[in-house]
Write a protein that binds this ligand. Structure first.
Ligand SMILES: [Zn+2]
Length: 231
């Protein structure tokens, strides 16, 4: 499915990823070092989660697999559509989607706190918020962005990170899943700046430099925080 460069900085998404996270700080120092980290901390389930099929045109061969909870938790039809596509086309990501749905997180469009952000997971409100401007993007882009935020949501207990290194590690985890879901979907119907950005991340993943890209992209967000009050 995804051909990864064998020698340096090799990692796989999917089940192996669930137990192995790369240390972003170590990446910065060495270029590429595999660092064993704790397994993701999943939210404690609070609602039952079941799968069901959805008919979305010709997608998924006529019947897409998704979660029964989503029509109640997802407040926008296009976001619901994108989540179902991600779920059907990227089976390895389903465990995260189930954990997020079991925590009864909601998904909606809304204004961002920052000009630099287009989506975020709010751990206090337990909701994923997506900027309405993204609704014009291809389904593949929406699915990838939601895959990223769902990864944060599934790790709700780890969402309040204690320091910059944890912040980078958290983002790398989410970006790996974002890239995995994007690569699992059929090619985008048309090119946008977001599609090109996701193609770049996919290239960087394949050549083993996605960690470096995360360090650069999240530099302001992770290093600009004041961690002195963090637990
Ligand atoms: Zn993130």
């Amino acid at each position: 499915m995804l051909n990864l460069k064998p020698a340096r900085c090799r990692w796989r998404l999917g089940r192996p990823l669930a137990g192995v996270l790369l240390g972003a700080a170590a990446l910065a120092l060495t270029g590429c070092t595999r660092v064993e980290s704790p397994a993701p901390v999943m939210s404690a389930p609070s609602v039952p989660v079941r799968e069901q099929t959805y008919e979305i045109g010709d997608w998924c061969g006529g019947a897409c697999l998704g979660l029964e909870n989503w029509p109640y938790q997802v407040k926008d039809g296009r976001l619901l559509f994108a989540l179902i596509l991600a779920y059907d086309y990227a089976p390895a990501w389903r465990e995260l989607a189930q954990a997020c749905a079991a925590g009864d997180a909601t998904v909606r469009t809304g204004a961002m706190f920052s000009d630099h952000s287009v989506a975020h997971y709010d751990v206090v409100r337990n909701e994923i918020v997506v900027d309405p401007s993204l609704l014009a993007e291809p389904e593949t882009v929406l699915a990838a962005i939601l895959a990223h935020e769902v990864a944060h949501c599934a790790q709700r207990a780890a969402a309040r990170v204690p320091d910059a290194a944890s912040c980078f590690r958290r983002e790398l985890f989410a970006v790996e899943w974002e890239t995995h879901v994007y690569a699992s979907l059929p090619p985008s119907s048309h090119w946008t700046a977001w599609v090109m950005g996701l193609e770049l991340r996919h290239d960087r993943w394949q050549d083993g430099t996605l960690g470096d890209l995360v360090l650069t992209t999240w530099q302001d967000a992770c290093l600009g925080e004041d961690w002195s009050d963090a637990a």
